[in-house]
Ligand binder design. Structure first.
Ligand code: PHE
Length: 365
């Protein structure tokens, strides 16, 4: 056996005996690194005569190849063993019961919107949507609120910056869901029965007002629609929503530019343990009236603005705060907490993702 063969046998023995990747790397550096033993031998080739080189060169190269191959083989073996060990260690038994459950919950606002969609779908209403970034015409003008109308000031509107001379029109964050009435009437031929739930924005903030809140709009356009249909619809809706037949409504004359006549709708309630419980006649002992909705017969001018003939088509509309509906049914007292994203609040007031509201199963069961 030549010196080189003896050296290869020794190195290969050490390589095969290496028990981890660090030890293997140390052996590689000692043999093939910059100052390694084989590297040293390769450097001596330059000082040999061509004849000597022809003899010694192949032997040193064969030594280097043999050691390199041994290193690669041992490395693959060690890595394979490490992977096996890892797989064996990190094994998961998928048949074991879970020791933690998902933490997400359905926000009360989403829950109430689902409940509303379910209740109104049963009465033949579809769900419509519109943009939250709205233009002046849909949010105000088409709804019979002209430029100079004091109702514009009432809405505390968030306007976008004006975009230069002659620009189409000023954009804003919609202040109510009523522009969806306009969009629906312009897009679809009557008869129309829709609700439009969504976010609305007003520059206002205290315990009962947040700059963003939620409304649901209702719109019915058909022939021969009158206030009786409005009252019946609202009564049916509120009975289903509050899950009681003891709902008494009071329609009070009011004013909205887009409805004529207009009515504010109050519902009877009773104060119990610091909470308002909806139900009963507001004039009865221990009861009172609470303002809940804005509503009315759609103004002829609004119907005409949408290109429909108000002599042929009539309808009613209503708007109500979704957050307020949620607070009344589920007993929260501070609106701001709705939008804090506090996990404890969400765990307390949230709903299970799998408990979808249905009329047959009890709307909030
Ligand atoms: N848009 C009105 C508001 O935000 C509510 C409303 C809707 C009133 C539809 C009447 C008819 O105050």
């Amino acid at each position: 056996m030549s010196d080189y063969q003896a050296m290869q046998a020794e190195l290969t023995g050490a390589i095969d005996a290496a028990t981890d990747l660090d030890a293997l790397e140390a052996l590689r550096v000692a043999a093939l690194g910059k100052a390694g033993s084989i590297t040293g031998l390769l450097k001596t080739l330059g000082g040999l005569t061509p004849e000597e080189r022809q003899v010694v060169g192949p032997q040193i190269h064969s030594l280097r190849e043999g050691v390199t191959a041994a290193l690669a083989a041992r490395k693959a073996a060690l890595e394979g063993a490490a992977l096996e060990a890892k797989l064996a260690n990190e094994r998961l038994d998928m048949t074991l019961p879970a020791d933690a459950s998902p933490r997400g919950s359905v926000h009360p606002v989403s829950q109430v919107m689902d409940e509303l969609a379910e209740i109104f779908a049963d009465m033949g209403f579809a769900v419509a949507t519109g943009p939250e970034i709205e233009d002046d015409w849909h949010n105000f003008t088409a709804l019979n609120i002209p430029e100079t109308h004091p109702a514009r000031a009432m809405h505390d509107t968030f306007y976008f910056p004006e975009v230069g001379e002659g620009a189409a029109q000023r954009m804003l964050l919609r202040t109510h869901t009523s522009p969806v009435q306009i969009r629906t009437m312009m897009e679809k031929a009557p008869p129309i029965r829709i609700i439009a739930p969504g976010r609305v924005y007003r520059s206002d903030s205290d315990a009962t007002h947040t700059p963003m809140f939620h409304q649901v709009e209702g719109l019915v356009i058909d022939r021969g629609i009158h206030m009786g249909h409005l009252k019946y619809t609202l009564e049916t809706f509120l009975k289903a929503y509050f899950e009681t037949d003891d709902i008494v409504l009071r329609l009070r004359p009011s004013y909205f530019p887009f409805t004529e006549p207009s009515a504010e709708v109050d519902v009877g309630y009773k104060q119990e343990k610091g909470r308002r419980i909806v139900g009963g006649n507001g004039d009865d002992d221990g009861h009172a009236w609470m303002e809940l909705l804005g509503s009315g017969m759609v103004n002829r001018r609004v119907i005409a603005n949408c290109g429909l003939d108000p002599d042929e088509w009539q309808g009613f509309a209503f708007g109500v705060g979704v957050d307020r509906l949620a607070m009344l049914k589920y007993g929260m007292d501070d609106l701001r907490a709705f939008f804090d994203g506090d996990l404890r609040w969400l765990a307390h007031y949230g709903f299970g993702a799998l408990s979808v509201p249905t009329l047959s199963g009890g709307i909030s069961a």
